[in-house]
Structures are given as C-alpha cells and as structure tokens.
Design a protein. Structure first.
Length: 393
C-alpha cells in the first residue's frame, strides 16, 4: 500500500484538477506538502487542492506555498507572452514550426500556471536553422550550446529548445520510430507555417517522452498528471491505433500499467501491484528523477548484449575518463585536437587533485552507488512495468 502522505498528495492533486471539494478529516502534514510541491514543481496544484480539502491557509507552510503560487503565475504569464512572440514571428517569417509538450499541455490545465515549464519546446526544420537564429536574436534571445537534438536559446523570461528532431538520436529505439518528427506533422488551418499532430500521435509522443524519462532517470508526479490531463481533454482517442503504435514502440504494456496508475489516482480505480510500484518509484525522486537513477540507467543501457559486470566496469571507466563531448565542454581547445583526449584526461585528474578535491568524493560516491546488484535491480524494475532499452550501446 501507499503511505498516507502520498495518498494525500494524490487526493490534493485530484481535487485541484477535477475541482472536487471535501473536508480532510486528518491533520495536514504541511511540511511534507511543501516539500513535494517543491520537488515536483506542483505549487499551484497542491495549494489549490489543499484549500479545497480544508487546509488552513494561514499555516506558515501554506503562506510559503502561496508565495510560490504567486511567483508561478508571474512566470507563467511571462512564458506565455514570449512563446506567443516566437510562434507569431515564426509564422510571419515562414519558418515551419510545431509546438511540443508543455506548450500544448499548459492550455489543458484548469489554470495555465498549474503546469510550470522548465523550457519551451518547438520542432523546426534543419534547413531553416539560420532563419531561426536570426529571428530569435531579433526577439532578444541569446543562443546557447547545441546538443544532439536541440538548439538552446536563453531569455530572462523563457528558456527555449528548438528541436532538430523530437527524440535524441542516441535513444535509438524511439528515434527509429519518430525520426526527425516531421513525418506525421499536419499543417494547421489558416496558417503558413504552423504544424501540429493529430491527437493520437500527439499523445503518443508525450507518452514516449514520459517513458524515456522514466527509464533514463525517473520522472515526477507532475508528468503523470500531464497524461491524465491530456486523456481527460481528448477522451475519444482511437484505441486500436494507439495500441498498434504503442506496440511498435514496445510501450504498450507500460502504457497499460500507467493507465492503471492514472485510474487509481483520478478515477477511484483499484491499486494494482504494478501501479503501486510505479507510483512509489515516481514519489521516490523529484520532478526529473534522481542522479543515481540516471547513472544506473546508463549502466543498464551499456549492459545490452553484454554482462552486467562488464557494463559496471565500462561505466566506472566512463566516470574516470569522461567521453570526448563531455571533455570539450571543459576544455574547448580539445575540439581542435581530438587526438589529445587521453592527455586532457590526465590534465583533468591533476586539476581535480590540486583544485577540485571535492570532485574526488563526488566521483567516489558515484562509483560506490554503482553495484552489479543495483544495476540488475534497476533493469528488473523496468522490465516489471513493461520497459526496456531496446538497443545496444
């Protein structure tokens, strides 16, 4: 069974999203509510739910939570203003664009500020990157680093990720299905360059992104709420199509287990063993999981086609000798002479010993956190709920 505090968080969230009001007949664990609101970035939802269930708005923790709600409203309004500026500018300049994830989901919540965004995601075409750079600069955004699948732009009001592809190419199984993300895009009516997906494909992408985070490092309860909010707003999705496409992604079993968790949280459904396992896993971390889970998932990926002990050794070596891309972020000169990577590993070790001794404990803790048993348990936990890494590293 879930403990009573987690059950209360679920009740508060359900109340906020469904507008349900009733008296909670026990004392509110205010410190715990504030802690979860912070870890899972759910200030507005938990505050609204707590008021609906009769919490004392004058409790110090509720006042602190209300302060975060007010800040969330301001941040949300500024984010939406900047998003609209970008979308309008792309439309006016003929830049093909497809809003993703949080941009879509914010409008589906009872109040937009209930769904905070760490960043705004928009799919663009590779051959229009120069135009995107020009327009984003004109809008006052500063270009940041480029990753495998994203172009990063910073503004005081909004962090933007323009996607070259919807899924990173290193997530090989999901990337094989989605490609660059444009295959199933549909032009929006009465627009020159704005695109969308049909509801089924839009949800499948949102769900795949959820699954990717769940298996890579863990994911927070807010993202589970996203799934219910979407399904609640789009109740007539084609189940046969969803099943067919989820099976192609090897996600259908996981999808059924997540549906059980959603039914329990929001529809008075039975708490199945796998739904309980998923909910406990979600509440064990924060909005984006934990760093330990990230390291363990990395090792699980490395173990595909190999022994778990071999994957453990490979991961330890990776910690001691970071890959080229990681090293270039610290030593830009390495970009000009990649062949000197081993030399820069030595430089990095010397710098750690002389100037960054705190890193020694950090690296030692990382290695200690990786055991063969923990890697195997992480793999088994994913398999139990219907997930796996369907490729070799």
């Amino acid at each position: 069974m879930l403990n009573s505090k987690i059950e209360l968080i679920i009740a508060l969230t359900r109340s906020a999203l469904k507008g349900e009001k009733y008296e909670h007949d026990r004392e509110f664990p205010y410190d715990f509510i504030l802690k979860v609101a912070t870890l899972h970035q759910m200030y507005s939802m938990l505050y609204a739910g707590a008021l609906n269930l009769g919490a004392d708005k004058n409790a110090p923790q509720m006042k602190a939570l209300f302060d975060r709600v007010c800040k969330s409203i301001i941040v949300s309004d500024r984010q939406l203003h900047q998003i609209n500026r970008i979308l309008d500018a792309f439309e006016n300049n003929g830049i093909d664009h497809l809003p993703l994830k949080g941009i879509i989901l914010k409008s589906m919540y009872p109040e937009a500020h209930m769904r905070l965004m760490g960043d705004a995601d928009i799919l663009i075409r590779l051959d229009q990157i120069d135009e995107c750079d020009r327009v984003m600069a004109e809008l006052g955004f500063e270009k940041g680093p480029e990753s495998d699948h994203e172009l990063i732009y910073n503004h005081r009001d909004l962090f933007v990720e323009l996607h070259k592809r919807t899924i990173p190419s290193y997530n090989k199984d999901y990337y094989a299905y989605f490609g660059d993300g444009w295959e199933k895009a549909i032009k929006c009516d009465s627009t020159k360059s704005r695109y969308t997906y049909n509801s089924e494909d839009e949800f499948i992408f949102i769900f795949t992104h959820f699954a990717k985070h769940y298996r890579d490092s863990g994911i927070g309860f807010r993202h589970l709420c996203d799934l219910w909010v979407y399904l609640n707003k789009r109740p007539n999705l084609n189940d046969d199509y969803m099943k067919s496409e989820m099976q192609k992604l090897c996600l259908y079993d996981f999808y059924l287990n997540i549906r059980d968790a959603l039914t329990y949280c929001f529809e008075d459904g039975e708490l199945t063993e796998k739904a309980e396992f998923i909910l406990k896993n979600i509440f064990s971390g924060g909005a984006y999981g934990t760093s330990e889970a990230s390291r363990l998932s990395d090792a699980v990926k490395m173990s595909k086609g190999k022994t778990v002990r071999g994957a453990w050794l490979k991961k330890v070596i990776k910690i001691a000798c970071p890959p080229y891309k990681t090293m270039t972020e610290r030593y830009s000169a390495l970009k000009k002479v990649p062949i000197l990577l081993p030399v820069f590993w030595v430089v990095n070790w010397v710098e750690i010993l002389l100037f960054r001794r705190k890193n020694i404990k950090k690296r030692t803790d990382e290695i200690r956190a990786l055991s063969v048993d923990k890697i195997e348990n992480y793999q088994q936990g994913l398999n139990y709920v219907g997930l796996d890494f369907n490729f070799e590293e």
